[in-house]
Design a protein around this ligand. Structure first.
Ligand code: GLU
Length: 380
């Protein structure tokens, strides 16, 4: 194994998941002072150059306090109503707290389909990317008011892992009242050992994930390990840490106990492996010799170098890139639908807006979305 764990502050794009029990007290509601200390940590990370996204639980917990719902399990309608009330308060709290550091917050509410269906996935990803381009911090939660039992994540651990892979994050921090992974539930087994580094999520590691959920949160260790599989498989490291102390992110870098899950590769290599290995191309772009040279030197594929477009595909679908004569030299995710690609093929990127009526991407396939088949140039 190569590197050991890096400090949180050494990462570029960080998704932080906050469990309900950290943010909301059953009796007194929002834990405002704690939230302020967390937002100060987020501001520090942003100052050191990181992009930060937050997946915040707590809507249902907050709403049920406001509505005075009894303890115990809620009916679906009750949790939807609680979420409707709680989400407003939650978003307002984040926005107010981040604004004291001159950080703008943007609320994103996702349902399962937004990360599992390609077109909706691309749409959600584009919105999040645009928010981050403006330096804003996305505050993400499941859209619990419309999610029903069949179509919900139900836990924000896996939602956060999906978000992390969607945005190509290099670190996911799961913060709850659990400080990390033990070989057995520590309150039941005095011999339970704490695991500071997890190199790979093996069946043994999965077996250790007993149900460690607390009353206010759904995500026990099982969903955290599921999240770890999603994140690390996409090249994103994961940390499970206790959020109980004030300044909980800074606490991790100061040595507070936490478990670190090693990523396999980087988000970029994981993405390219996925493009190269898993997908059946939905179409074919034939390119000219100039474009081939550009691709082999690591550049993106511009519309100008595309001679012909075959097949029916949508934006974001995988396509084969062939040279004249038919040999496939690369594979990538096309930034345009097939009919749009046909219309802009052979044209300059500056003409795209006039041809399509909107200003799309300059590249037909961005180099980050492309793998060169021969292993030369921009290949994996
Ligand atoms: N989306 C839920 C909420 O905001 C929380 C789910 C979870 O705790 O994982 O209340």
């Amino acid at each position: 194994m190569t590197t050991s764990r890096k400090p949180v502050s050494a990462h570029k794009r960080i998704v932080i998941k906050i469990g309900s029990a950290l943010l909301v007290d059953r009796d007194s509601g929002l834990k405002a002072a704690w939230l302020e200390s967390l937002c100060a940590d987020i501001a520090d990370l942003k100052r050191s150059g990181a992009e930060v996204l937050v997946v915040s639980s707590g809507a249902i917990a907050m709403g049920r306090t406001v509505l005075g719902l009894a303890r115990g399990a809620l009916r679906l309608e009750e949790s939807q109503a609680a979420a409707a009330v709680g989400q407003i308060a939650l978003a307002r709290a984040w926005s107010a707290s981040l604004s004291t550091h001159s950080i703008v917050a943007g609320q994103i509410l996702l349902t399962l389909g937004d990360t599992e269906e390609r077109r909706r996935y691309l749409n959600a990803r584009a919105t999040i990317a645009e928010l981050m381009r403006h330096g804003a911090v996305p505050i993400i939660n499941e859209n619990d008011t419309v999610a029903t039992s069949e179509i919900r994540y139900g836990d924000n651990d896996r939602l956060a892992a999906r978000v992390a892979t969607m945005v190509g994050a290099d670190l996911l921090v799961l913060m709850s009242d659990i400080d990390g992974l033990y070989t057995a539930p520590p309150h039941l087994d005095p011999d339970a050992r704490f695991l500071e580094i997890v190199d790979a999520i093996t069946p043994e590691i999965e077996a250790m994930a007993g149900d460690a959920g607390s009353e206010l949160s759904r995500g026990g260790m099982k969903t955290k390990i599921d999240a770890g599989k999603i994140a690390t498989g996409a090249g994103c490291a994961m940390i499970i840490a206790s959020g109980k102390p004030d300044h909980p992110l800074a606490a991790i870098d100061k040595g507070a106990r936490s478990s670190w899950f090693r990523p396999s590769g980087t988000p970029q290599t994981a993405r390219k492996t996925w493009i190269a290995g898993q997908l059946e191309p939905a179409g074919r772009l034939t390119i000219d010799a100039g474009a081939e040279t550009a691709l082999r030197s690591g550049k993106s594929l511009l519309p100008a170098g595309v001679r012909a477009v075959a097949g029916e595909f949508h934006r974001g679908d995988p396509v084969a890139v062939c040279i004249e004569g038919g040999r496939e030299i690369a594979r990538g995710l096309c930034a345009y639908d097939a009919d749009e690609a046909r219309r802009i093929a052979g044209r300059k990127s500056t003409e795209i807006e006039a041809i399509l009526g909107y200003s799309g991407r300059a590249a037909m396939i961005h180099r980050d979305d492309m793998v060169i088949a021969s292993g030369q140039g921009a290949g994996v």
